[in-house]
Design a protein around this ligand. Sequence first.
Ligand code: ZN
Length: 128
Amino acid sequence: MQARSYQMALLLGKCPRCREGDIFTHPIRRISKFNVMNKSCPFCSAMLEPEPGFYQGAMYVGYGITIAVLILISLILYSLGNPSEWVYISVTIGVMIILAPLNYRYSRILYLYMFGGIKYNPHLSQPK
Ligand SMILES: [Zn+2]
């Protein structure tokens, strides 16, 4: 079994230490529980919340994602013929509501990978 890459583990929401265990308890299609996280990795038992209130900083990552999406939507709408400002506002709000669960998850995953202080251990992801 080949070890999962850093990028693929991040994209799939896997534990940064073993790259096998899920950070979130349910798949994102279970919209009522999209925000429920595992306290520790179900595969290697790494603490996925390093300290109380750790994920408060993830809102800055979420803000950055929101701004990036907003700029992207604006550029797409502008290239489609520069509609009125109400089209910009309504399309942006609609897209951000639809993407809110993704934004929530990836802001936490990115924050954990950047500031969680959890180092990858390739021996944990190998079959025993
Ligand atoms: Zn793990």
